[in-house]
Design a binder for this molecule. Structure first.
Ligand SMILES: [Ca+2]
Length: 99
């Protein structure tokens, strides 16, 4: 699991901070487009999956290790803190098979 960054580059090469996203739409392959809330921007997200595309025990152990070592990858909700909300969010996503 790799967290999304908190910034992106626009079509003019200018960096901007990505805030809340919604309206996620698959546009083909591993590419998705989301609407950045309270703005006039669309953000493209490129996603890749493991060979089987499913969450598995290796993903679970990778998250647990990241959680207990305080790695940024464990900040599932992206609020800058690693806490039980992240663990709960991860477990919910893991149960759905999509982390
Ligand atoms: Ca967090």
């Amino acid at each position: 699991m790799v967290p999304l960054g908190d910034s992106a580059i626009d079509q003019h090469g200018q960096a901007f901070v990505v805030t809340g996203l919604s309206g996620l739409t698959h546009i083909g392959g591993g590419a998705f487009i989301a609407v950045m809330d309270n703005s006039n921007r669309l953000v493209q997200i490129d996603v890749s999956f493991g060979p089987d595309g499913l969450a598995d025990v290796a993903d679970f152990f990778a998250f647990v290790l990241a959680f207990f070592t305080g790695e940024r990858a464990a900040d599932v909700d992206g609020d800058g803190r690693i806490d039980l909300d992240d663990f709960s969010s991860f477990l919910a996503a893991f149960e759905r098979g999509c982390i």
